[in-house]
Design a protein around this ligand. Structure first.
Ligand code: HEC
Length: 131
């Protein structure tokens, strides 16, 4: 019985660690995606911007619903999963908006959606970090 409890405890720790690792990996990739988008705008490469958007969408998938989002929040912030999830949805709509503008060659408007993506990063981080 004691052994079983120990085993269960260590399993829980493993699961928690891997959620943490997934989060860190995704956050670093989100940062890379932002850099790619910014570089694409600076060097006038819509294809590069599109590649960055794609990476934003892939990494944002970990927050695909409120429950999944809660998994990545600190213990004392899980009750705010709805706000964090909304930030993630806001990022998805900004990404969609940006794609539509790029397809219409409305690059200034696409750039404005880039700042909307940035704002959505901050919307979640300010919840998580209590800013
Ligand atoms: C739905 C919530 C959420 C969204 C949206 C979000 N993040 Fe995060 N991010 C977190 C959490 C949770 C952490 C870990 C806690 C912390 O660092 O305060 C984090 C941490 C980070 C870190 C620090 C990682 C480390 O190893 O210390 C970076 C970099 C980061 N995020 C980048 C981004 C970028 C770029 C975006 C937007 C494109 C973004 N995040 C959007 C939740 C989010």
């Amino acid at each position: 019985m004691k052994l079983l409890k120990l085993l269960l405890a260590s399993l829980t720790v493993t699961v928690a660690l891997s959620a943490n690792e997934t989060l860190t990996k995704n956050m670093i990739e989100m940062e890379t995606a932002l850099n790619t988008i910014q570089k694409g705008f600076l060097y006038n490469s819509p294809d590069m911007v599109k590649a960055g958007i794609k990476q934003i969408e892939t990494t944002n998938d970990i927050f695909n619903n409120q429950k999944a989002t809660a998994k990545y929040l600190p213990k004392n912030k899980k009750h705010m999963a709805n706000i964090a999830f909304n930030a993630s949805k806001r990022m998805d709509s900004a990404a969609n908006e940006m794609k539509a503008y790029l397809n219409n060659k409305e690059y200034s408007k696409a750039f404005a959606s880039y700042s909307e993506i940035l704002n959505s990063c901050n919307a979640c981080h300010s919840v998580v970090r209590g800013w």
